[in-house]
Design a protein around this ligand. Sequence first.
Ligand SMILES: Nc1ncnc2c1ncn2[C@@H]1O[C@H](COP(=O)(O)OP(=O)(O)OP(=O)(O)O)[C@@H](O)[C@H]1O
Ligand SMILES: [Mg+2]
Length: 262
Amino acid sequence: MATLVAEHVNKVYEATTPGQSATHALADFGFEASGHTFICLVGPSGCGKSTFLNLVSGVEKPTSGSVTVTAEGKNARIGYVFQDPRLLPWRTVLDNMIYVHDDGDRKTRRQRCMRFLEMVDLAHAADKYPAQLSGGMRQRIGIARALSIEPDLLLMDEPFSHLDAITARSLRTELQQLWQATGATVLFVTHDVNEAVQLSDRILMMNKGGTLYADIPIGLPRPRLLTDRDVVTQQADVLALFEQMRAEPIETETAETEGANH
Ligand SMILES: Nc1ncnc2c1ncn2[C@@H]1O[C@H](COP(=O)(O)OP(=O)(O)OP(=O)(O)O)[C@@H](O)[C@H]1O
Ligand SMILES: [Mg+2]
């Protein structure tokens, strides 16, 4: 479990070609989270969701403000699941898992990875190559690989958006169970409100310009099925708020001209 603190985060991408304006990807964005909680960042395309994950993972630095992730006072272990699982085609499934581990002898690493492949029901595919698997299987391997480092914080960036609806639906159900079996804090990015309500304890709704629009607790019991009336009702409520946000004018002028000292 991790503690994540983001305070007054601004991220400005400077123009790279003349005539282009700078992009204010995140504007005074912030929240705190800790414990065994599943958080979804929801927002329209370009609102800064992936940018925020890149700041959390340390791939990028904020222009101003701060993002810290700790686990019991120490640096947190962070796992990352991408939209595309980024498996190396020339390595077997098991070798794709093992190479992210740099501790212990090969036998120990192999056993650990097999345990996580079993968790996603893919132990039988250990010696196959990624091209021999379906898209859903590859994404489950991406998830197993991220979980196998036993992360305090798991970052997931639209992990199911490339999959067909039926596969995505069953992976959402599987992910709920997997997460409950781990102690990880999860930060899951999606532009799909229904997915966010089904999965999360808390939804951070982001608006264009990289601002936080709403912080919504989701207290529904798990497992959550799309046929549960309470799930459907809450999905409709959150979607209504999302549409309300989309209908409001956005002060892009302010976001772009205030720069990093906001
Ligand atoms: N490396 C970069 N250089 C310049 N601009 C960038 C860079 N990365 C992101 N941006 C810009 O920052 C804004 C936020 O992008 P980001 O990728 O975080 O959005 P997103 O919410 O993840 O969108 P999507 O749902 O489409 O994935 C966009 O306007 C994007 O064009
Ligand atoms: Mg993105």
